[in-house]
Design a protein around this ligand. Sequence first.
Ligand code: GRF
Length: 556
Amino acid sequence: MSNTPISYEQAGVSIDAGNALVEDIKPFVQQTLQRSGTLSSIGGFGGLFDVTAAGYKDPILVAATDGVGTKLKIAIDTNRHSTIGQDLVAMCVNDLLAMGAEPLFFLDYFATSELDVTTTAEVVKGIANACKDCNVALIGGETAELPGMYHPKDYDLAGFCVGAMERETIFPSKNIQAGDHVIGLASSGIHSNGYSLVRKIVQMNGYEWDDIAPFGDGIKTMADYLLAPTTLYVSSTLPAIKDDKIKAFANITGGGITENLPRVLPDNMAAHIDLSSWVLPPLFAWLAQNGPVEAIEMLRTLNCGIGATVIASSENVDAVISHYESFGIKAYDIGVLKAKTDEEVIYQGLDQFLPAVDLVELPSANKKNVAILISGRGSNMLSLVKAMQAASFPAQCCVVISDKKDAAGLELAEQQGIKTVLVDRSEFNSKAEFEAQMQKELAAHEAEYICAAGFFQVLSAEFCDAWSGKIINIHPSLLPAFKGLNTHQRAIDLGVQYSGASVHHITAKIDDGPIVMQKIVPVRKEDTADDLAARILKEEHALYPQALKKLILSQD
Ligand code: GRF
């Protein structure tokens, strides 16, 4: 046995990091403690809350606990932690609403192997902001650094919320009856359930989190859609409960409408849901088509665009819908209650619920034809092709042309079902002959725009003039700095603090034409040329489709 003393820090637990975290989150937590009833200050062994001071005469306390689940994996993989705290709070407070309780205070639990203060602070700030939004005091929390328990960078997040209601409150109402309506409140996305299925489908279809979502606007990535924070229904729903506008509230969590709506209905009632009363959002339609997932499975796994349902008498339907809309929450009259004979939820229009056409292949009459020119691996080509698959993107890829027969991008394009053509530069005696053949192929494929994406030929002035305003390239620097080759090493050698990517018009001079769009990427002290190239490339993949879209729309 060695006599050398060992510290807690050496065993992997840093008290200093824990203290730094507390300092960082203090102002955010402090803001939530303004809530009436809060007796706590930060740092106590426990949180104190005076329910009477919060206005209750004869309160019943209601408690709910939850975690975020594997949505966390997407936050961790993409290093985007700022909204995951809202997911945690929403999961708990929305459950309390279903009981008719006003959420009062919250406590969180964050566990990781090695505490990263920046990440954890971002998560806790998200929790505090969501608490503030719901007038909930964040009166306690535990940050556990548990060396060896989780993979590096992984963390788990759980929490619980306590709310109250007056003893006389009866919610869901005893007065729920046949003829009452079911009103669906829009969700912001998947919310925080079903991510094991969602992640599997995204992965099976070969998408990365930072890829442009094929069902979206051609700009937002998969992660943008999948990390949309769970809607907080507290500030909109509490007044509706208080004013007796609604008779019940069901949070649509794991189990979908199928399992959650019956939880607030009397035993003798069934909900008849008309699936044509709202449109399945494109994200859900894409998941259903690309799983594929059957309609009935979608409805008992994911919220399908309805994050919560409320029950209201038929005469209150319009008032309830406009009440929620005044809080920015879209609401739909989605069904009616009838005496139960068999199933608790009966769906009408199940056959038409999922769109029949493949979203990704939706043809658009107005899409411009874009030819992509490559010489190598084609990662920018792939991000363009994927963005163009979105129904709403104003262009489609008509052909990928390579000047090199061994360009790896050719196979990638083929895998996406894109027509490829080889115009092998080494088989032409002159640039003019090569370019003439290129023009022939471009005409044959009815190209209207050209995107060079890692294309290693310098094109002649005649060629560029013929395509003036319609031919662009992407270069991995902030042009006009670092034109040409060896860009990243030259940027590092010069010690610049910022580099980036530029999409520019192509002229006969290398990397010289007018800029369409740029993205700044900071250079880090420890960066090698490869590190910098990798970080810039990631930004290029998002930038190029945006720039192409901007160019096309500006000329439409
Ligand atoms: C990118 O860095 C791009 O900026 C430059 O060439 C590289 C091509 O990469 N013009 P890829 O073939 O798109 O992966």
